[in-house]
Design a binder for this molecule. Structure first.
Ligand SMILES: Nc1nc2c(ncn2[C@@H]2O[C@H](COP(=O)(O)OP(=O)(O)OP(=O)(O)O)[C@@H](O)[C@H]2O)c(=O)[nH]1
Length: 734
């Protein structure tokens, strides 16, 4: 019993003891669990304030993995709560960016194998699918069961990576840019240069650093240039332009430069960044192009473009210095023959040699340009007096005709030169060139190998002539010319036997002009033919009109020698007549001036005869005034002689004139020609003419030339007076 009791006691003691131990163990466990929970909570709380994820990673011996612990950051990173990976870590690895997966596995395996710190950067696809960069670091420990446990952290380094990428890009732009880059601090001290800077300038990185960009100064830009550059930099924050700088070798080069100022957050200038490219080859090419554009390729002399520019400048200088200048247009004589005989290449050589020789015949400051094949122009400047150019002109002439030795050949040409002088009212480059050219032409005309001075007065007259010609042509086109008609009457019977058509010009500014005011301008000019044809056509139209009105009256028109001598004159006249098919050609008489200079009388005679075959009549006007009256009378088959008014007017007081009038009447009779007296002014004229056998006359004493519209009324009025002498008396007194 005691034993039982003892056993029970022992058992109880043991039981209590065991119970106590167990309770204490349980308490300790609970305590430990509570402690662990607290540590866990503390870790969680702390890790919330740490960027990224703090974790434990377990890799078992069988290859499976788990994240026994991971802070909440894991959920942010992968979108799944850490608890999900406590037993199986595989889903995490499915998020790793495919390209980075192999490297991640390799780094992990290496850490497992060597138990070295695992440190790796890799990319994942976050829960939105975007790529993010992670950077992990963990230390491994081998557990007894052969598994490996890492403790470490992973953080998101996407932003850092982006910055790094930008920096890398910027660095590679800086390094590999084809432009030279130079960076200074705010004080202008060079803090960095790139590779291209070194290539362009020849200065190494070390040589450039700490220097001022002034080290590149070539001295080609004046101080004002740099002042303007800095002012632009300060005002606008940048400057752009071309600069000539000097390389380390001393060579000057051209660069296209952009400078920008870089400011700090407070707006203060921190740096200046200069970017430049070497444009020297481009500049050289540009210079070549400019040379081509301004210089003659064969002789190297200035060409026409540069000449115009130089001449323009020379005119300004001449005005400023109050000195003369001469423009000399020079054309070689007989140059074509050199080409033809010795070939183009020899011609070229001659041009080159002559260009050099002539250049050296000029003074320094004068310009010699080649403006075409064998044409040159010289500008002789700073002449005190116009005649100061003469010795230079003589020298030029001599130089141009000196022989040029080319191999076996001795070539020799000469020059014709036209010279014009400045100052001259309103003269400009073009005008001076034209004047010199014109004068050169005159030198050629005068026999070559000489110079000719342009004559301003003569030129003004020529221009005036040209202008008048244009006005006359214009007047003709605008219908400003009219025909007036002067009656011819039979003094014995009082009958009106015809009229002479006389041209007048209703000039818009100068009023009614007589032929003497404009016909001399067009004498021997093609315009006179045009005007002459107009006269014939208008007269035919008038005759035709009067004919239709029942007043059939012959009309005479004056015809110039030039017009009559045209080979096709009869045909042209025929076509004028063709416009008036019903008109009898005998109503048209052509008056040829007796003073006309005919080149070939037999040809003129043949033309007259052809026209007469058409029915046209002819008169020799102003008969007796020329040197060839009798020759013309003999050779030209005209029907009528018109006695010049100068003889008629003065025959009453001058016996010689009377004798001439008598003589002409006698000649007319002898040659079977009719005779008409011009310039009848009084009854005394009439009586005398009638008494010596000239019945037909015209003159102011009968009627002045009048507009066509007044003519029929005048005829009617004339015929009302049976006694013509009364009429004459009344005219004379009026
Ligand atoms: N060799 C050579 N000949 C040229 C060149 N340019 C034009 N010519 C020739 O130069 C000649 C110039 O003509 P002209 O001035 O009428 O010749 P020219 O014999 O001097 O005649 P004149 O001036 O009346 O004395 C022509 O035969 C052109 O073909 C060139 O660059 N080289």
């Amino acid at each position: 019993m005691l034993l039982v009791a003892l056993a029970a006691f022992v058992f109880m003691r043991y039981y209590h003891h065991a119970l106590h131990i167990r309770t204490r163990a349980e308490q300790a466990l609970l305590q430990m669990q509570a402690h662990m929970q607290a540590s866990h909570d503390l870790l969680d709380r702390l890790s919330q304030h740490v960027p990224g994820v703090i974790y434990q990673y377990l890799e078992r011996a069988d290859g499976s993995s788990a994240f026994p612990y991971a802070s909440q950051g894991l959920e942010e990173m992968f979108g799944v709560a850490p608890a999900n990976f406590m037993r199986d870590g595989t889903p995490i690895f499915e998020r790793v960016y495919a390209d980075d997966s192999a490297a991640l596995t390799a780094s992990s395996q290496e850490s497992t194998r060597s138990l070295s710190t695992w440190q790796h950067e890799f990319r994942i696809n976050d829960r939105s699918g975007a790529i993010r960069w992670l950077s992990g670091l963990a230390n491994p420990m081998r557990l007894d069961d052969g598994s490996t446990l890492w403790h470490g952290f992973i953080k998101d380094v996407t932003e850092r990576k982006r910055l790094e990428a930008r920096l890398t890009l910027a660095a590679s732009v800086f390094t590999s840019a084809k432009e030279g880059i130079l960076i200074t601090d705010a004080a202008g001290t060079i803090v960095d240069v790139n590779e291209t800077f070194c290539l362009i300038t020849g200065f190494s990185h070390e040589e450039a650093l700490g220097q001022n960009p002034r080290m590149l100064n070539s001295g080609r830009q004046p101080p004002e240039f740099y002042a303007q550059l800095w002012s632009s930099l300060h005002e606008k924050g940048h400057w752009y332009g071309e600069v000539w700088n000097r390389r380390k070798s001393g060579d000057v080069y051209a660069e296209m430069l952009t400078i920008s100022s870089v400011h700090d957050a407070a707006g203060a200038i921190q740096n200046y960044v200069a970017l430049f490219s070497d444009i020297t080859p481009f500049k050289e090419h540009q210079q070549q192009l400019e040379h081509i554009a301004h210089y003659d390729a064969l002789t190297g002399l200035p060409n026409r473009v540069l000449l115009a520019d130089r001449l323009h400048q020379a005119l300004i200088q001449s005005q400023r210095r109050k000195l003369c200048l001469a423009v000399v247009f020079l054309d070689l004589d007989g140059f074509k023959a050199v080409n033809d005989t010795h070939g183009h290449a020899a011609g070229d050589e001659l041009l080159i040699a002559l260009a050099q020789h002539m250049q050296s015949a000029l003074r320094e400051g004068d310009t010699l340009a080649r403006i075409g094949g064998d044409e040159f122009v010289a500008i002789l400047t700073d002449l005190e007096h116009a005649h100061d150019c003469e010795p230079i002109l003589v020298r030029l002439l001599q130089t141009a005709c000196e022989p040029v030795h080319l191999g076996q050949l001795d070539l020799r040409v000469s020059a014709s030169m036209g010279v014009t002088l400045y100052p001259q009212d309103g003269a400009e480059v073009d005008l001076l060139m034209r004047q010199a050219d014109q004068a050169m032409y005159a030198a050629k005309q005068a026999g070559k190998n000489r110079y000719h001075l342009f004559d301003v007065t003569q030129d003004a007259a020529i221009r005036q002539q040209r202008n008048s010609l244009e006005r006359i042509e214009q007047g003709l086109a605008l219908g400003q010319f009219v025909l007036f008609y002067q009656p011819k009457v039979n003094l014995r019977t009082g009958t009106v036997v015809g009229a002479e058509a006389l041209i007048r010009w209703h000039h818009p500014e100068r009023g009614l002009l007589y032929p003497a005011a404009f016909l001399p301008v067009i004498e021997n000019h093609p315009v006179s033919i045009k005007l002459g044809e107009w006269v014939v056509h208008s007269a035919l139209a008038q005759v035709s009109l009067w004919d239709a009105q029942g007043q059939s009256l012959p009309v005479s028109v004056n015809i110039s020698a030039l017009q009559l001598q045209q080979q096709d004159f009869p045909d042209r006249l025929r076509s004028l007549l063709a416009d008036f098919p019903g008109l009898w050609p005998g109503l048209l008489e052509l008056e040829v001036l007796e003073t006309s200079a005919f080149e070939d009388l037999s040809r003129v005679s043949a033309i007259i005869a052809k026209c007469q075959d058409m029915g046209i009549r002819f008169a020799l006007d102003d008969f007796g005034t020329g040197y060839s009256s009798l020759t013309y009378l003999k050779h030209l088959p005209v029907e009528t002689l018109k006695i010049d008014q100068s003889f008629v007017r003065d025959m009453l007081i001058d016996a010689n004139d009377l004798a001439i009038v008598n003589g002409i009447i006698g000649l007319a009779r002898a040659f079977g020609r009719q005779v008409v007296a011009e310039g009848v002014e009084t009854t005394a004229h009439r009586d005398l003419l009638v008494s010596i056998g000239c019945d037909v006359a015209q003159g102011f004493g009968i009627a002045r030339p009048m507009p066509a519209k007044d003519f029929p009324a005048w005829v009617k009025q004339w015929q009302c007076h049976s006694d013509a002498s009364n009429m004459l008396a009344s005219r004379t007194s009026s």
